[in-house]
Design a protein around this ligand. Structure first.
Ligand SMILES: Nc1ncnc2c1ncn2[C@@H]1O[C@H](COP(=O)(O)OP(=O)(O)O)[C@@H](O)[C@H]1O
Ligand SMILES: Nc1ccn([C@@H]2O[C@H](COP(=O)(O)OP(=O)(O)O)[C@@H](O)[C@H]2O)c(=O)n1
Ligand SMILES: [Mg+2]
Length: 218
């Protein structure tokens, strides 16, 4: 199986295959509590900045619908608001990254705990350029989830409370880890979605600036 880097470079329209040194895709992790607006903001970033959106929650839900043994296991873990073992999530993520054909990837809802992060570093090994942290009060997230109406088995008050606990105990330390490396951009996600996106735009505009380089042919 080719690496994630191979696939992203091969599908770049402007680069003849094998001509240039391999370029790794730009990876941005999007983290925040359940209901903070990760999916909503990722859709806007895709539209405005041409990133591909890979939601690990969606990948796991797709797998759980497959009816496989792993799928059934995923469904019961999600219903409990717990974390799916990283070896399962990382395989689905690696495949989605290889198939995206995009050199700019938004990875939504990952890494959600230390186990996810270690698996990513061992298997995918691409340092994220940024970690977008959508910061929102629990009260507001709870309100949003109760109105989400996507028929999700985990959007009930009992499971939601467990997910908030997992976020505080397992995801916040991962955000803190990336913060210590200067990678985190914290956004006030409690505002209306359009206002949140204005703040995100500023960040993505600065990372999307094309750097011109001049090549002298002798
Ligand atoms: N800034 C916002 N203000 C109010 N509602 C929002 C906002 N962002 C998202 N929502 C709504 O809240 C719910 C959860 O948003 P979603 O993007 O699915 O969050 P997450 O992926 O972080 O769980 C959805 O119903 C969405 O339409
Ligand atoms: N990296 C991940 C992402 C999601 N999940 C599982 O999938 C559930 C839903 O994740 P999600 O990202 O779709 O949820 P939201 O935060 O978007 O509401 C989580 O509560 C976990 O059970 C996981 O185990 N590991
Ligand atoms: Mg989501």
């Amino acid at each position: 199986m080719g690496s994630v880097t191979d696939v992203a470079v091969k599908k770049l329209p402007c680069l003849p295959e094998g001509t240039f040194a391999q370029k790794k895709p730009t990876v941005v992790f999007v983290l925040g509590g359940p209901g903070s607006g990760k999916g909503t903001q990722c859709a806007k970033i895709v539209q405005h900045f041409g990133f591909a959106h890979i939601s690990t929650g969606d990948l796991l839900r797709d797998e759980s619908r497959s009816g496989s043994e792993t799928g059934n296991m995923i469904e019961s873990i999600m219903k409990e608001g717990k974390m799916v073992p990283a070896e399962v999530t990382i395989k689905l993520l690696q495949k989605a990254m290889q198939e995206s054909g995009n050199d700019k990837l938004l990875i939504d809802g990952f890494p959600r705990n230390e186990e996810n992060r270690a698996a990513y570093e061992a298997v995918i090994k691409i340092e994220p350029k940024l970690v977008l942290f959508l910061d929102c009060s629990e009260e507001e997230m709870e309100r949003r989830l109760l109105n989400r109406n996507q028929g999700r088995l985990d959007d009930n008050i009992e499971t939601m409370r467990k997910r908030f606990k997992v976020f505080k105990e397992s995801t916040l330390p991962v955000i803190e880890y990336y913060n210590s490396k200067g990678k985190v951009r914290k956004i006030d996600a409690g505002k209306p979605a359009e206002e949140v996106f204005e703040d995100i735009k500023t960040i993505f505009t600065s990372i999307s600036q094309v750097k011109h380089c001049f090549c002298v042919i002798l």
